[in-house]
Design a protein around this ligand. Structure first.
Ligand SMILES: Cc1cc2nc3c(=O)[nH]c(=O)nc-3n(C[C@H](O)[C@H](O)[C@H](O)COP(=O)(O)O)c2cc1C
Length: 197
């Protein structure tokens, strides 16, 4: 699939199945390609990934379900539980982290940019998220982007032995989907683009 086709195809898709177009090894190779080729400020490469398949994937969404159950009144819990189940039904989940040690080192090395490094690290993480999300679309799968951090950070760290300096940024369940993304409201792009010559 060409790049622009994949850009068009990437959508937030919430009906995901436990099926994949690729073997796990091919998926981790693709994630390594994304890590190696996504840009970062000062080439700092502060993004980190965890690829969860099988029981590990299920554990992530069990952690989220339990954490949410603690804070949502029981009569309001069923729709939340159904949403979490839709993520658990996927083939796998990619967790996105940032290595905060890298950010702190850059801040002390280049004090003039101190305030920028945390922003740049988040921006770079977003670029990596986009490569992975669009990559799944190019590979015939679908995904969506979730943010149950910081609620689940402690249990995720404990379960997967995550170094304390890795900060959870986003969660991306993925898999083959039977669903076509519905049309979305699009502000006419020309209204958002200034052109000068
Ligand atoms: C930075 C960012 C944060 C997002 N957070 C969430 C989220 O927590 N949960 C969710 O379901 N979708 C989330 N989304 C997906 C957006 O809702 C979605 O991209 C937007 O509605 C456009 O739809 P599309 O992805 O199908 O193009 C997020 C997207 C971005 C870029």
């Amino acid at each position: 699939m060409d790049f622009f086709q994949a850009v068009r195809k990437r959508r937030s898709i919430y009906t995901l199945t436990a099926k994949s177009t690729l073997e796990e090894k091919e998926i981790t190779d693709f994630l390594e390609l994304a890590l190696a080729n996504s840009p970062s400020a000062f080439n700092s490469q502060s993004a980190r990934l965890l690829a969860a398949f099988g029981e590990s994937h299920k554990k992530i969404w069990d952690i989220a379900r339990k954490a949410l159950k603690e804070i949502i009144p029981s009569e309001k819990f069923p729709p939340t539980e159904a949403k979490i189940k839709s993520f658990a039904d996927a083939f796998g989940t990619v967790l996105f982290f940032e290595e905060t040690k890298t950010v702190a080192e850059l801040q002390s090395k280049f004090p003039a940019y101190k305030d920028n490094f945390p922003l740049w690290s988040q921006q770079a993480n977003g670029m990596l998220q986009y490569i992975v999300w669009t990559g799944f679309a190019a590979l015939g799968m679908a995904a969506n982007l979730q943010h149950y951090n910081p609620l689940i950070d402690g249990e995720i760290a404990k379960t997967f032995k995550i170094p304390p300096s890795w900060k959870l940024v986003a969660q991306m369940p993925f898999g083959i989907s039977p669903e076509q993304a519905p049309d979305k409201e699009i502000i006419p792009p020309a209204q958002r683009l200034k052109v000068y010559r």
